[in-house]
Design a protein around this ligand. Structure first.
Ligand SMILES: [Zn+2]
Ligand SMILES: [Zn+2]
Ligand SMILES: [Zn+2]
Length: 145
């Protein structure tokens, strides 16, 4: 039997990322998140990630790649997407999820949609075709910019 209620491919999220605890500030619960913030470096506002360590906003690798650059410069591993609200760990090289991220996901959802996310499912990945920043392959060895 097929379950067809989900997107065609589900974004698999790692639940055992060891970096979240060390790199995500609990103060995040109090921070107001504005998903329309532009990239700190190039000011592009179309597709940004927010570093969960220093709270800087940087654009995706499909724009100018400042989020990845920021990770290389600082080794801040955890970023959350303003596009689909997913959380990416550069150190794990994978999407991650954790109860610690819950307040952040809720704040993001409120900022983006004006509503609370569904409690049972957590964040639904936006049903757009293009998943940002992850690429479609699961092998993960495609070339990076
Ligand atoms: Zn990690
Ligand atoms: Zn940028
Ligand atoms: Zn940072």
């Amino acid at each position: 039997m097929q379950v067809a209620s989900q997107a065609r491919y589900t974004v698999k999220r790692r639940t055992n990322c060891p970096h979240i605890q060390d790199h995500v500030s609990p103060d995040w619960a109090k921070v107001t998140i504005d998903v329309s913030k532009p990239c700190t470096v190039c000011n592009d506002a179309s597709e940004n990630w927010r570093c969960l360590e220093c709270q800087g906003v940087y654009c995706s690798r499909y724009i100018k790649g400042h989020a990845a650059e920021h990770n290389q410069d600082t080794s801040h591993p955890i970023s959350v997407s303003f596009s689909d609200l997913s959380t990416w760990c550069y150190a794990c090289d994978d999407y991650v999820t954790d109860p610690l991220l819950k307040p952040i996901e809720i704040a993001l959802h409120l900022s983006k949609f004006g509503t609370m996310p569904s409690v049972t499912e957590g964040i639904e990945i936006a049903s757009e075709e293009n998943t940002t920043a992850g690429g479609e392959g699961t092998s993960g060895s495609s070339s990076k910019v």
